[in-house]
Design a protein around this ligand. Structure first.
Ligand code: SF4
Length: 441
């Protein structure tokens, strides 16, 4: 007997790009089994909330999303980082159907099956071979590993996600190939620690086309560069072997862009943070990278007000930023995440000091970022188009990752298409964005 209608699931995805990839995997499986996605909680058969538990503010956002789903629908499955510690969710919303941690795809699917069985005859061809993506068609996140072997004192991700578990290189390359064949023009490589890729596999080789590829950061980056798409590397740490990838950037194989969460510039604070590669001479390394690849764009994040941070340690961070000339910076005030070892450190910094330092850092860095951006005025840049408006299109240069960096606003003689890569002449810069004219298609 045939079922009347496919069960409809409303999905909320919170958190970082890694969580987004988890959501995409769950949705791909659900669509493969014949479930449909609903636009609203109201009227859906079930709601799945993929939560983020990284900071207390993210937990609050996750709890609010669960609360809304409970109020408007009532049949709610919770997964993701916050699900690794279910007590808080259980006590706030005892009626939640199931709670699982990150990457527990099978458990989420089991919970869905229990609550609302799939159609009897799922049409597997409902799903395109590259899976279902939540990002626009022209760019996609490519997750190369899960978990992390580091133990930064402010972070509970290894507790939530476990130790590093890398995907074999051929697996990653197969996914990348499918994405590019489906129209993706930009691959955003993500993980918790991209430069550590393959350590857990002892860099094992896997068969790809007519050759074997080692599960190694450099080898994978080189192979990804062969697809002809933009390849952007996120969450890289300044280990010595990163130097080798700079050569690929200079050759144009991968984008001259590195997203490195330095978190601080002072060696003592970095030691207290237990940051990987903290002992390395990072400023010298950055200088060498820029010599090897003058177009290199560096993006980073920093924490201000880490326990014990003195005024002079903070001042040395500002000096470090002046010297490093990082192009794009995000800054966070330290938040004591429940379960993080740094909470037990002495010298917790008062909130008003954190705020004052945060304001100083942002003002200090804004001048650096603006200066670096201004150097682009008068140059020609390749721009990938993200949105098309009636008079101006919005895109990104090779220096801009989606969602976190700036934009390039372009006027053009002919209509542009989303996902198209054009050459633009840059006419002016403001604090974060560039403005220009299309000069070539
Ligand atoms: S590198 Fe540090 S901050 Fe990043 S996930 Fe691993 S432990 Fe957490």
């Amino acid at each position: 007997m045939q079922q009347a209608a496919a069960p409809k699931i409303s999905f909320v995805s919170l958190g970082c790009p890694k969580a987004l990839v988890d959501s995409e995997r769950i949705i791909t499986r659900l669509r493969a089994e014949g479930y449909e996605l609903a636009r609203q909680h109201d009227g859906a058969d079930l709601v799945i909330v993929n939560t983020c538990g990284f900071l207390d503010s993210a937990k609050q956002e996750s709890l609010a999303a669960i609360g809304e789903a409970m109020a408007t629908n009532g049949k709610v499955i919770v997964t993701g980082c916050m699900g690794a510690e279910p007590e808080q969710i259980e006590s706030a919303y005892p009626g939640v159907l199931s709670i699982t941690g990150p990457q527990q795809y099978e458990s989420v699917l089991d919970a869905v099956h229990r609550a609302r069985p799939a159609l009897h005859n799922p049409h597997l061809d409902l799903v395109p071979p590259q899976g279902i993506r939540l990002t626009p068609r022209h760019y996609a996140y490519l997750k190369i590993s899960e978990g992390c072997n580091n133990r930064c004192s402010f972070c509970i991700i290894p507790k939530l996600r476990g130790d590093l578990a890398s995907r074999p290189a051929a697996d990653v390359l197969r996914e990348a190939e499918k994405l590019v064949a489906a129209g993706v023009k930009e691959l955003l490589v993500i993980s918790q620690d991209t430069s550590a890729y393959g350590v857990d596999l002892k860099y094992a080789e896997s068969a790809w086309k007519d050759r074997s590829v080692r599960a190694k950061f450099l080898d994978l980056a080189r192979e990804l560069g062969e697809f002809g798409a933009w390849v952007r590397l996120h969450y890289v740490y300044p280990y010595p072997h990163v130097d080798e990838v700079i050569g690929l950037m200079a050759e144009g194989k991968v984008l001259p862009y590195l997203d490195i969460p330095f978190q601080h510039g002072n060696p003592d604070v970095l030691k207290r943070m237990k940051r990987p590669a903290a002992q390395d001479k990072t400023l010298e390394r950055i200088k060498r990278w820029r010599e090897g690849c003058p177009d290199l764009t560096l993006r980073s994040t920093f924490i201000v007000g880490f326990p014990g941070e003195t005024e002079s340690e903070f001042a040395s961070l500002l000096d470090w930023l002046s010297e490093a000339e990082i192009d794009r910076v995000g800054a966070f005030k330290y938040e004591p995440v429940a379960g993080a070892p740094s909470n037990a450190l002495e010298g917790q910094v008062p909130d008003e000091v954190k705020l004052e330092r945060w304001n100083r850092l942002m003002a200090h860095q804004q001048a650096i970022s603006a200066r670096r951006l201004k150097r682009k005025v008068g140059t020609r840049q390749q721009v990938i188009i993200d949105e098309v408006g009636p008079t101006v299109a919005k895109g990104r240069s090779k220096a801009d990752a989606p969602e976190i960096d700036g934009s390039v606003y372009l006027s053009s003689r002919r209509p542009l298409r989303v996902g198209e890569i054009v050459t633009a002449k840059i006419d002016r810069a403001d604090a974060y964005d560039l403005h220009g004219t299309v000069a070539g298609f």
